[in-house]
Design a protein around this ligand. Structure first.
Ligand code: CMC
Length: 428
């Protein structure tokens, strides 16, 4: 017999189907509640509302667990490459050597941009925010590949579109950086793998090719893996909401980039470095910043702290923290911001305000220090997050289509004026 929950409103009972996930998470289904009772449920910010059943990523916020398709993030971070994880997230299983090779070749094949598409970079002022460029250019790619717009209604072409997006996002990101510093584009090199090719496009100069560096490439791959998916976060929910109107993959993902841009989401990785720099240069004690973050009359927040789901620790932050020392040592670098970050974390762990609200460092807290170590410019940090999140967005877009989900359309409770008559302006 299936489990049911009973809801009683004004003495009348409603039976609600209960579903259980593979990790024993439970929900009750309220889809028929409004038609049967006239009531809707209210949950601004959707903190307690499920929008889908998903096979992609599992997060257990109470215990700091994150798994992609069942594989713990700690194991993946240690052993996998980003390209393998893209394949895992999008297709559901780890690729064998043959599939991986084919996937790598597809990524290499789609790396370059149509010359007319390249021309569009000239239309952006050099100071343009890279996330605005990324979102606009990803949408524009569709104009050069009209055949892939109908991917799902045609039922084919998905593999090509996914590879195209995963590959081109990196070229667009690197070109937007080159444009912002007034340097010529470096065309992709099909002989380099995913991370090395990106670093080449970012940093090769006419007089000096990018020099391969295994430590940097592995650190970049780690960064991308840790950002690859995180179930129904703000940008992924945006991708799904847009995709639910049966919008194409390009426009759905370009909307996801816009959602990610905000400082409470992906934009926090830039906010963290600005905050740490400010602590360093202002000479003010860390307590000053803690007090400001705790002040209810001030909107200031400690960037890189807190999470909607993690209420104990964010495993991605732990992995980054543990790897940072090693990466800095291997690169023979020191970063004073790391010492400040460690001190800040230590203080918050002893501070009742942060402890009582379960505010711990999230993925953005240490990721910026890793990106600094490997030479990525600050204004590109959120773009790096977007490159990492691409497989998760694509996997969610695909799953929504496969499940043929209904269009996203939440309800509201109207609190405006009741019906009133219109008075022409001259009589008002
Ligand atoms: N600094 C100070 N106070 C905070 C912070 C913070 N970083 N985060 C939450 N709070 C307080 C908040 O004021 C509230 O206090 P009270 O209960 O007294 O009103 C309480 O903690 C709960 O906060 P909330 O805003 O209801 O929590 P949320 O789940 O809606 O928001 C969050 C989650 C990540 C947006 C938020 O913690 C935040 O703004 N953090 C800083 C920005 C950040 O680091 N974002 C990256 C998130 S992780 C990567 C990603 O997904 O992008």
């Amino acid at each position: 017999m299936s489990e049911k929950a009973t809801l009683t409103i004004d003495g009348k009972s409603y039976e609600l189907e209960v579903s259980t996930g593979s990790e024993n998470e439970k929900c009750f289904d309220i889809q028929k509640l409004r038609t049967e009772s006239g009531f809707i449920t209210m949950d601004p910010g959707f903190g307690n509302t499920g929008s889908c059943y998903s096979d992609i990523t599992y997060v257990d916020g109470a215990n700091g667990i994150l798994r992609y398709r069942g594989y713990p993030i700690e194991e993946i971070a240690e052993k996998a490459s980003f390209v393998e994880i893209c394949s895992l997230l999008i297709y559901g299983e780890l690729p064998n050597a043959e599939i991986l090779d084919k996937f790598r070749k597809a990524l290499a094949e789609h790396a370059s941009l149509h010359t007319n598409l390249e021309q569009h970079f000239k239309g952006f002022p050099p100071s343009s925010p890279p996330m605005a460029i990324l979102s606009a250019m990803l949408n524009l790619v569709s104009c050069f590949h009209p055949d892939v717009l109908e991917v799902y209604s045609e039922g084919h072409g998905f593999d090509r579109t996914a590879a195209l997006l995963l590959s081109k996002v990196r070229t667009i990101a690197a070109y937007s950086y080159r444009m912002s510093v007034g340097k010529p584009f470096n065309r992709p090199n099909p002989h380099l793998d995913y991370c090395a090719n990106f670093l080449h496009m970012m940093f090769s100069e006419p007089y000096r090719e990018y020099e391969r560096n295994e430590v940097i490439e592995k650190a970049l791959s780690l960064f991308l893996i840790l950002h690859a998916d995180h179930e129904q976060n703000c940008s992924t929910s945006t991708v799904r909401a847009v995709a639910s109107s049966r919008a194409n993959l390009f426009s759905s993902i370009s909307s996801g980039v816009c959602a990610l841009w905000g400082p409470l989401h992906g934009g926090a990785n830039i906010g963290v470095i600005n905050m740490l720099e400010d602590i360093k240069t202002s000479g003010r004690p860390i307590d000053y910043y803690l007090d400001k973050a705790k002040d209810k009359n001030n909107d200031y927040r400690l960037m890189g702290f807190g999470h909607r789901v993690y209420k104990n620790f964010d495993p991605r932050s732990r992995i980054l923290k543990n790897r940072l020392d090693e990466v800095l040592k291997e690169l023979n670098k020191k970063d004073p911001l790391l010492d400040i970050a460690l001190e800040l974390e230590e203080k918050t762990l002893k501070d009742d305000y942060f402890v009582s609200r379960n505010l711990y460092p999230n993925v953005d807290f240490y990721s910026g220090i890793l990106l600094r170590a490997i030479g990525i410019p600050l204004d590109m940090y959120t773009v790096m997050f977007a490159i990492g999140r691409m497989p998760g967005w694509i996997a969610n877009w695909r799953e929504l289509h496969d499940q043929r989900l209904r269009i996203s359309r939440p309800r509201q409770i109207y609190t405006g004026p009741q019906e009133r008559s219109f008075t022409p302006v001259e009589e008002r």
